[in-house]
Design a protein around this ligand. Sequence first.
Ligand code: MN
Length: 303
Amino acid sequence: MSSSQQTTSAAVERIEAAVATLGEGMQIRRALPTRHRRLIGAWCFLDHFGPVDVSQNKGMRVGPHPHTGLQTVTWLIEGEILHRDSLGSLQVIRPGQLNLMTAGRGISHSEESPMPHPPGMHGVQFWIALPDSARHREPAFDHYPELPIIERDGARMTLLVGNAHGETSPARVYTPLVGLDVMLEAGSDLKLPLQRSFEHGLLVTQGEIEADGEALASGTLLYLPVGRDNISLRSAAAARVTVIGGEPLAEPVLLWWNFVGRDKEELARYCREWNAQATVFGEVIGYDGARLTAPLPPWAQSP
Ligand code: MN
């Protein structure tokens, strides 16, 4: 994994995503966490994968693995992913839809390209840290086939999470958050309202934009601190950007491998429990039909 970089100008931060490998060889760009920024509101992890041609291979192959203390948010721009989890969920997600998995005290899941699958794959996966009041709850999985759409000033926005422009997403989250997918037509000039109490992040997924005059392309996360009422988004050609935001989370959030906890002892316990195949994580049948219960990789054994 390459090291992250950060430059600061006028209170915004440019955070360069790190390149990492997901599952069996798919390259992704990880914009959160980085050395310089761990959280935006309760958003604690941001992977941007693709666009990638999967017409000649099996595509995504992420075998069964556990999670605790978080929600995963999957949003596709192109392609399909089949989600399986230890609650028995079996759900294909397509562009325009949202998968929201709430790990709570523990869950396991796998993600794969269905066979057959469309030729391209492109999307984002976020993690949201659960607050203390919700992080020990029962696990859950929700698929939202339709989300609120907002059209104005040459932009088509899908509200993934939270509230914007008088609309409310059906996705259930546990801290004040927003998540928006914004498609900009060529020549768009959008003044996007922001909530003053939120910090925000902007990640371009297609094309290039200017955010308050700051050139922004894929691979860079633009961080905006609290206290802003809006941001101007312009694009000469068609472009797409994901906007996330939330109230700064006043809880210590530690990530280790696929676990979110509050201290090293707790994370070490999750590691031991997964290695011991503890029932808290349930069981999920992987894409190869096997009950894969792979132990943690060697580097992840001890937080
Ligand atoms: Mn996962």
